[in-house]
Design a protein around this ligand. Structure first.
Ligand code: ADP
Length: 295
């Protein structure tokens, strides 16, 4: 199974070019789509989910022409959008039963089994009678996965799933997501590098509507090995370094600024060579388009 995106472009009526000739091949397993806010991730996710149209380009899921045969795609799709409304007074069990019914599971007993197994899968079975309005952020996201899985999808899209989750909720959500990738394509759209380094076997980076990189996270890291240097400086000295070095990120640590730079030769000025990581891959690509970001 493979999702093929060819030359996709979209300009909104206000003139914002949200997608600029994006071509991507997304294989089975977990795929991370990484980019800062405003990169075009949601636009791409919504286009794949057939919720909005592109201006030009094609999308194929194996033989299926996604942008033409929208209904057929929807039958294969599980979608967890960035913001999804929940009816606050309805219980998890009743809501899922309703969703299963909408997805075509008409027999009540079959639905009951399906709902119970979905709730168990996302570890919400004991909370099944609780009103959705009482759920924590992590519980809401796990419920979102349960509803996305209801139709046995072969393509699952999750848009910014871990934003707003606390570390233990995030961990639980990672464990759940990591079980999904085996027989399906799972696209995880996120601005959080850790989401991709923890979960994804393939990835792409987009920024300002443009594709900057696609491949395996480990290959991206390998390409930068031996070229990353860091140094801790006073905040006030930043401008001096900014002009002199190819800065990829800055991070405040114990009141000082930790600079990471990329350089093919060993830099002067007491920089220390360090192993490359996926954040370096991300920021070195983003730095081509935007100012290095202060984390
Ligand atoms: P991301 O999900 O990566 O944050 P989006 O796809 O939401 O990015 O947005 C990409 C760009 O398109 C942003 O500049 C955003 O402001 C703009 N945009 C998104 N939706 C609309 C819309 N409906 N009308 C006009 N501009 C939009």
């Amino acid at each position: 199974m493979e999702l093929l995106i060819q030359n996709l472009s979209k300009t909104y009526s206000n003139g914002v070019k949200a997608l600029n000739d994006i071509s991507l091949t997304i294989p089975q397993g977990m795929f991370g789509l990484l980019g800062p806010n405003g990169a075009g991730k949601s636009t791409l996710m919504r286009t794949i989910a057939t919720l909005q149209d592109a201006d030009t380009g094609n999308i194929f899921l194996d033989g299926l022409d996604v942008l033409k045969d929208k209904q057929q795609l929807r039958e294969k799709l599980g979608y967890l959008p960035q913001d999804f409304g929940l009816y606050p007074r309805i219980s998890a069990e009743v809501m899922l039963d309703h969703i299963a019914q909408m997805k075509g599971v008409i027999h009540r007993s079959e639905r009951k089994d399906l709902v119970a197994s979905l709730l168990q899968k996302v570890n919400l079975f004991k909370d099944r009678k609780k009103a959705l309005g009482t759920f924590s952020g992590g519980m809401r996201q796990r419920f979102g996965i349960a509803q996305a899985l209801a139709g046995n999808p072969s393509l699952i899209i999750v848009d910014e799933p871990t934003a707003g989750l606390d570390p233990s909720e995030r961990n639980r959500f990672y464990n759940l997501l990591s079980e999904l990738g085996e027989n399906t394509i799972v696209i995880l759209s996120t601005h959080i590098v850790e989401d991709v380094s923890t979960l994804c076997s393939n990835m792409a980076i987009i920024c300002q509507g443009e594709l900057l990189m696609q491949g395996k996270p480990s290959d991206g890291v390998m390409d930068l090995e031996g070229m990353i240097y860091q140094k801790s400086i006073d905040k006030s000295a930043l401008d001096e370094y900014r002009g002199q070095y190819n800065l990829i990120s800055t991070q405040l640590k114990e009141g000082k600024l930790n600079l990471r730079i990329i350089s093919e030769v060993s830099p002067l000025n007491d920089f220390e060579g360090v192993p490359a990581n996926l954040e370096d891959v991300y920021f070195s690509h983003i730095a081509q388009k935007m100012d290095p970001i202060t984390l």
